[in-house]
Design a protein around this ligand. Structure first.
Ligand code: BGC
Length: 765
């Protein structure tokens, strides 16, 4: 007995020594950084300090012979802190050289980019990514993105976007992780870890920028850049957790959002940027605005550029993206006593600290090794990982009569505007992708079936029937390949090839730019002309598989009722076509689960699983009930709920057990459930745990996700899945915005989706 105890004591001592050492080390590092930056700032003029706060767009930077343009001159004059959306190690090297050799103080520039879901190897759009419910994969995708971006000169990414979104009309729901604060927080953490690794100074890690702080996803009516307004208690419990999780994970920077919070635009909101972010949460990185957000406060009605720039600085903004407000006006505001030297110094210090943390003062060309890009970007290995990850994000929404997987023999009719369109595969915000190299579904399917099957192709329909709308949804080089034929001619061609086939794969949905920034929709259906195509294909009597491309939940009630199989593939990145073929042919069994509710119609929005009960809930959930909270014309049910997703196999849940009937502040409850793969295929299942706090000092949601585990089960295999609950899992922000748990009864739900669970209960003492 003696030995293990002494061993334990030894280990405990070692651990405490290691912690003390690590703490000392980080204090030393912080001290070293302070001394360095104090020294540098001691030499800086006011103008040079303001220059560090300036992030212009890189649009007109020309290097080499043309380096005399406006931005280059500003760099020489010390008026630029960083640039963004400029790429290649060579180009960035040349621009950095201007700062290092021709500016007075030789302060290196930051180079940022919207590396949102991969660099040149694109992974699924974030909404798709969030449906894999596998944090290792999320982290891995961010790691590869950082590896590739840093090999091409970039050291700072404007990601992760962690805005909770409950309104699928909002096009930017595609850029986030959906509606749930718990899942969103896990993903935020994994992304930051993936980008930043364990050492920001390494040349293959990049700094994360958490955006858009805050509440951008709550734009009224789902219209981009629109007003937001919500109670503090909702912010704290439902919208803020993912941002906090990202900061707690060490994210080095944040981006202010365009919208207002409590009537004050985020970029001028002192409560948000200073009281909450820095004082309450202890964030010590820097805050950059979103694109021209300072200038936009003129239109918000807060004053002229000089006034709003002063407001932004005073609120706690450190860097001005594109508005030129800090550079052009802060000197005058200082002279007039509207801002203080201390405020300018503080912002400048935080920007310089970011550069220090990235190791740019040691080696400004750290990310500019031109040889790295040749071997580290868009590599076969990275593409293979992207293909594997993509297949994990697809959500099987329907599969009657085991229509899927299809056989890779005979004749397959591949039809639809997304069947043979490479540029629409990667998805919105694929800034570094080379569209010509992405894999279309036609490429992928043909390769996968080889000589075993014939793949016949017809476009069948344009994305939309209105050419003006088509022009709006085919921007950024992502052509929709507008077909001049009439809808009837296109459908006739499609039906003719369908008639010669054994199975029809209909690749339909949104174009990549029908979601993303400034791509809000008031109707979120499958465009009518595509629906007509699907109807015509169904009328052939052949089995139809609908492969649905989308950047948002869609109202596809008719499709759900009529099409036998629907596989939602979001926008799956550069390897989309291969990954989709893997799943269609059954090489990979789909296991994705929705991270955002699909409503039945637009009128139900916002519709989310973790809503409140109201004082008049439906008795037994049955629609319609007079004087109860429901609609005359549609039930309260979602079309597909949060957490939903089928598999080619089936999973049975039984024996939900709790290790104890009650919980105390120091105890734990083990929640276990037996899950059996009862179908014909091996497959993965996301086991989900939800809680309901039955009585609270404030109203509590009917259900909240508190845990999940993705587990792989061979056919016939049974596994016991265990979760541990502690008092911490029961905490929420009460009416005083204090994080508390309250004694009383709780319900536990464990199951395959938010609406299909086993139930048990316990009491918090
Ligand atoms: C977007 C941000 C993005 C920035 C820089 C803005 O329009 O809202 O998400 O990071 O542009 O490209």
């Amino acid at each position: 007995m003696k030995k293990p105890i002494s061993l334990l004591i030894f280990l405990a001592l070692l651990l405490s020594q290691t912690i003390v050492f690590a703490q000392k080390n980080s204090t030393n590092e912080a001290q070293k950084m302070k001394v360095f930056i104090d020294g540098l700032m001691g030499k800086m003029t006011l103008e040079e300090k303001l220059g560090q706060l300036n992030l212009p767009a890189s649009g007109d930077i020309i290097t080499g012979a043309g380096s005399n343009n406006n931005i280059a001159q500003k760099i020489k004059d010390g008026q630029v802190g960083g640039l963004f959306n400029i790429k290649t190690a060579q180009k960035i090297h040349d621009v950095q050289k201007i700062a290092m050799e021709q500016s007075r103080l030789k302060i290196p520039l930051l180079f940022g980019m919207d590396v949102i879901h991969g660099y040149q190897t694109e992974f699924p759009i974030p909404l798709g990514m969030s449906c894999c419910w596998d944090m290792n994969l999320v982290e891995k995708s961010a790691r590869i993105a950082a590896q590739e971006a840093s090999a091409d000169g970039i050291c700072w990414t404007f990601s992760p976007m962690v805005d909770i979104a409950r309104d699928p009309r909002w096009g930017r729901i595609s850029e986030g992780s959906g509606e749930d604060p718990y899942l969103g927080s896990q993903i935020a953490r994994a992304m930051v870890k993936g980008y930043q690794g364990d050492d920001l100074k390494k040349n293959n890690t990049i700094m994360a920028c958490v955006k858009h702080f805050a509440l951008y996803g709550a734009a009224e009516a789902g219209r981009d850049y629109n007003t937001t307004d919500m109670s503090r208690i909702r912010m704290y419990n439902e919208y803020l957790p993912p941002y906090k999780a990202a900061f707690d994970a060490g994210a080095g920077s944040a981006m202010s959002s365009f919208n207002e919070v409590d009537g004050i635009p985020a970029s001028a909101n002192k409560w948000l940027m200073t009281d909450l972010l820095r004082k309450e949460w202890g964030f010590n990185g820097f805050v950059v605005t979103d694109y021209t957000a300072i200038l936009e406060m003129v239109d918000h009605g807060l004053g002229n550029l000089k006034e709003v720039s002063a407001l932004a600085l005073k609120a706690g903004i450190d860097m001005d993206m594109v508005a030129d407000g800090f550079l052009e006006t802060l000197k005058q505001s200082l002279d007039e006593g509207k801002v203080t030297q201390k405020e300018i110094d503080q912002a400048c210090r935080l920007v310089l600290e970011a550069k220090y943390k990235l190791g740019l003062f040691d080696d400004p060309y750290r990310y500019c090794d031109v040889n790295r890009a040749k071997t580290e970007v868009f590599t076969p290995k990275n593409r293979q990982v992207a293909r594997e990850i993509a297949a994990q994000t697809f959500v099987l929404l329907k599969n009657d009569n085991q229509t899927l997987p299809i056989r890779g023999t005979g004749t397959i009719a591949l039809i639809g505007p997304l069947a043979d369109n490479r540029e629409n595969m990667p998805g919105t915000w694929s800034v570094a992708a080379d569209f010509a190299k992405s894999v279309s579904l036609r490429d992928g399917l043909k390769k996968a079936v080889g000589a075993q099957a014939t793949v016949l192709y017809a476009k069948g329909a344009n994305f939309v029937s209105d050419p003006q709308l088509d022009a709006r949804i085919s921007v950024f080089g992502k052509s929709t390949q507008w077909d001049k034929r009439t809808p009837a001619e296109m459908i006739a061609e499609a039906v003719a090839i369908a008639g010669k086939s054994d199975v029809i794969v209909a690749a339909v949905g949104e174009s990549s730019e029908m979601s993303g920034e400034c791509s809000s929709r008031s109707e979120i259906n499958l465009p009518e002309n595509q629906k007509d195509l699907v109807k015509a294909l169904l009328a052939t009597g052949k089995p139809v598989v609908m492969v649905l491309f989308t950047g948002r939940p869609l109202t596809i009630s008719w499709e759900k009722a009529n099409v036998p199989a629907i596989l939602n593939v979001w926008f799956a990145g550069t390897e989309a076509g291969d990954a989709i073929a893997d799943v269609l042919l059954g090489k990979v069994n789909p296991s994705g689960k929705l991270s955002a509710t699909f409503p039945q119609n637009v009128g139900q929005i916002p519709l989310y699983y973790n809503h409140k009960n109201t004082g008049r809930p439906l008795a037994d959930g049955k629609w319609f009930q007079k004087f109860r909270s429901n609609y005359l014309d549609v039930s309260n049910d979602p079309l597909f709920p949060f957490g939903f997703g089928l598999s080619y196999t089936t999973f049975d849940y039984k024996n939900l057990k709790l290790s104890a009937p009650s919980l105390t502040a120091d105890s734990k409850i083990a929640v276990s459930v037996e899950v059996t793969n009862s179908g014909k295929y091996d497959g993965a299942e996301v086991v989900q745990l939800y809680l309901r706090d039955m009585v609270g000092s404030v109203t509590r949601p009917v259900k909240e996700l508190k845990g999940f585990q993705k587990t792989f089960l061979k056919k016939g295999e049974t596994r016991t899945i265990e979760f541990t609950l502690t008092e911490k899992d029961l905490r929420f922000y009460n009416g005083d915005l204090k994080l508390v748990s309250e004694p009383g009864d709780f319900k536990v739900f464990v199951g395959t989706s938010s609406d299909n669970t086993l139930e048990a209960g316990f009491t918090l003492k």
